[in-house]
Design a protein around this ligand. Sequence first.
Ligand code: PEP
Ligand code: MN
Length: 316
Amino acid sequence: MRALPAVERVVRVSEEYRVLGRHKDDDRPSHFEYQGLRFGQDTLHVFAGLCAVDSRANVERMMRAISEHGQVCTRMGAYKPRTSPYSFQGHGGTCLPYVFELAGKYGIKVVAMEVTHESHIDEIEAALEGAGCPTGIMLQIGTRNTQNFELLKIVGRQREFPVLLKRGFGITLSESLNAAEYLASEGNTKVVFGLRGVKSNMGDPHRNVVDFAHVPVVRRLTRMPVCVDPSHAVGDRSSGPEGILDVMHATAQGVIAGANMVLVDFHPDPPAALVDGPQALLLSELPRFLDDIQIVREAFEKRVALKEYAQVTQQS
Ligand code: PEP
Ligand code: MN
């Protein structure tokens, strides 16, 4: 292929996952910046927070705990896709003003928030502006909407907010990676890919079959940072005989494999939570959870260094 005068280099893009894929001789970045934070295959951010916003008081308790432990990201659900139409559907746009105001008060830079309809993006934009843009938003596409192609195109057309795309719980990994590509093909390349388990009773007693062995696969096939969601994967507060929660074990499995983001449910009073209380961790468990992640992240870095050391000694 002959390069045109103004063309420095040509990258063949006929491969799968054209925009987000990691191709041969491809030195396109595997990170993006948002709100002064770097989200990349070389960073790790914890988004601990409420599965669903229920009250201003609980949002404030949650955010205070996060900021007291040096965290600047959280998850807060306002629009909840529920299996039953009679279950709590989230407070929607009405809670956004206080969620954003409190995020500003506690120095939260990015709030992960699911959207299920394009009108939700407009509501989020308007509420952010109304609050004076005190925080940033990572739009979440949930597992039930992974192949809602029209929603993906709409979310992909806006470039203001990065997107966390959860893998579909009943489709192949490749199908979910193509869904991420829908976002990028419309222009938004600030995409984080989220593993959250896949549906099968073969995973019992966990809510889903934990799929965090796919962390290196997604990092290899694409340039997206990879998120793990241990809460929706495990689905309850059981623990091993040593007293470590399965949710913490699953988190560790993702982080030791190189995960770049952890999305995890906490609640000040899990039995009173309106959504997913059984899997929520207690605020008092936050420091231990963060320390555990630190141990495992360091272990991942040591594993990488060990591999580099092995390569050097093999060459010499
Ligand atoms: C959530 O994160 O609250 C959620 C509904 O996740 P998922 O789409 O993975 O079920
Ligand atoms: Mn949930």
